[in-house]
Design a protein around this ligand. Structure first.
Ligand SMILES: Nc1nc2c(ncn2[C@@H]2O[C@H](COP(=O)(O)OP(=O)(O)OP(=O)(O)O)[C@@H](O)[C@H]2O)c(=O)[nH]1
Ligand SMILES: [Mg+2]
Length: 420
């Protein structure tokens, strides 16, 4: 089963602002009319009911949304970049991976749900925004911001209402086959079922999804056997049928061991209701032990039922009890996404620029200025002169002078360096 995958997503870069001028008769340069660049496309993950797992994904593949288009003359805005919408199966949990580790982003549990996982960059302002009474032919404009890039880890958790847990060979697949139209492999050795199996159960009350959660043995929560992977799926079931092999030497021990693994994986899991049921009572040895087993379980205060997946005895009663219990259960709470901190200054309220000097180089730390210097032609003296005027208006020049800047010194902002 393709139930985990890592991908990279890259939202579109914003389009650059245009540097254009109106064409007017007899005027070499009319007023500036360069429009703003369009926003880059977002990357969105959206539940698609036709998709059941991650087999269509390339592990470590890169998924990119479209860039915003550049602004144009006549104050025309650049077109927005198209969003990239990636279909994912229902039950997909999304994490962001970074050097600090894995952080929960969102949980897509229902059809139609979607989440923006990477935001497109803002488009740069065109030169119309830079005209002033003293600068009527501005050759300044902004570059678009880069789109967000994220490494994501996607995990699929089956959504079943009822999970069948129990030691290998207890008869989980046999019960699933007896209760639904599922057709899992059944055999008398451990770990026959290597992946969770699902079936739909019709009861008089309603229909529910039943899942076999295989591979739970001692140490499963530490990764032994197949267990750890599948414990994950158990987090999405609302109640458990705990199936116990009646032929086992110590049915109570088996149950304790499996529950212990649930607890070690996630203590919350043990708070979910369980129906304990002993299987294989068609075998005479087991049937003869019923009274003894009843008192063994009574001693540990666990009410226990009896059934045979082979003959079907006790199965309808078990399913009815599961349906009754489900009806009383509130739906599982949805985990809240952690605060997603995106640096996105409100328009017009940019953080103050910060200036400092390291060695012989003067640094300007300002997103606003960085957008300009990466966009314009810094080798053009007209441009650098206009930039200087802009910096003076923003009181950045004055700060740099306080730090001792003089003509010919090197100034750096972002990736761009120029001479003062
Ligand atoms: N006599 C009898 N045998 C059963 C019953 N239920 C299951 N079995 C047998 O027990 C063995 C294991 O059954 P499975 O349904 O494969 O058990 P499981 O719990 O799914 O096992 P794994 O997938 O390996 O963890 C098979 O040989 C079944 O035929 C039952 O009610 N009576
Ligand atoms: Mg099985």
């Amino acid at each position: 089963m393709f139930d985990i995958v890592k991908i990279k997503v890259q939202a579109g870069k914003g389009g650059d602002g245009a540097i254009t001028f109106r064409h007017e008769k007899y005027v070499p340069y009319g007023g500036p009319d360069g429009g703003d660049g369009g926003r880059g496309g977002d990357v969105i993950l959206k539940v698609d009911p036709a998709i059941t797992d991650f087999k269509f994904f390339h592990n470590n593949g890169l998924y990119k949304a479209e860039r915003g288009h550049s602004g144009q003359g006549s104050k025309k805005f650049g077109k927005y970049g198209e969003n990239l919408v990636i279909g994912v199966p229902v039950g997909t949990t999304i994490y962001e991976e970074s050097e600090e580790g894995r952080r929960f982003l969102a949980d897509l549990g229902e059809e139609g749900e979607s989440v923006v996982v990477a935001e497109g960059g803002r488009g740069g302002k065109g030169n119309v925004h830079f005209a002033t009474s003293t600068m009527q032919t501005p050759r300044l404009a902004e570059s678009g911001d880069d789109g967000e890039i994220k490494a994501l880890f996607l995990e699929l958790r089956l959504i079943a209402d009822v999970g069948i847990i129990g030691y290998p060979n207890a008869g989980k697949s046999s019960l699933l086959a007896a209760a639904s139209r599922a057709n899992p492999k059944i055999a008398d050795y451990a770990f026959t079922t290597r992946e969770p199996e699902l079936g739909v159960v019709d009861t008089e009350l309603f229909t529910f999804v039943l899942a076999e959660i295989p591979g739970l043995i001692e140490g499963a929560s530490q990764g032994k056997g197949l267990g750890y992977d599948f414990l994950r799926h158990s987090t999405r079931t609302r109640i458990f049928i705990h199936l116990i092999d009646g032929t086992s030497e110590s049915p109570t021990d088996d149950m304790v061991k499996v529950n212990n693994e649930l607890y070690l994986y996630d203590p919350e899991l043990l708070k979910r209701p369980q129906i304990a049921v002993i299987n294989k009572i068609d075998i005479p040895d087991v049937r003869n032990k019923i009274n003894g087993l009843k008192s063994d379980f009574a001693a540990v205060q666990i009410p226990v039922k009896f059934m045979s997946a082979k003959t079907g005895e006790g199965v309808p009663e078990l399913l009815k009890e599961a349906a009754d219990l489900l009806k009383k259960q509130a739906p599982l709470p949805k985990p809240e996404p952690e605060d997603i901190k995106v640096f996105r200054p409100a328009p017009g309220r940019q953080p103050r620029a910060r200036m400092n000097k390291k060695g012989t180089i003067f640094y300007v730390d300002s997103q606003e200025i960085e957008r300009l210097v990466t966009r314009v032609d810094m080798t053009d003296p007209t441009v650098t002169r206009q930039l200087r005027a802009f910096l003076t208006r923003k009181r950045i020049t004055q700060e740099l002078e306080k730090l001792g800047i003089q003509g010919g010194d090197k100034v750096r902002c972002g990736q761009v360096e120029w001479e003062w």
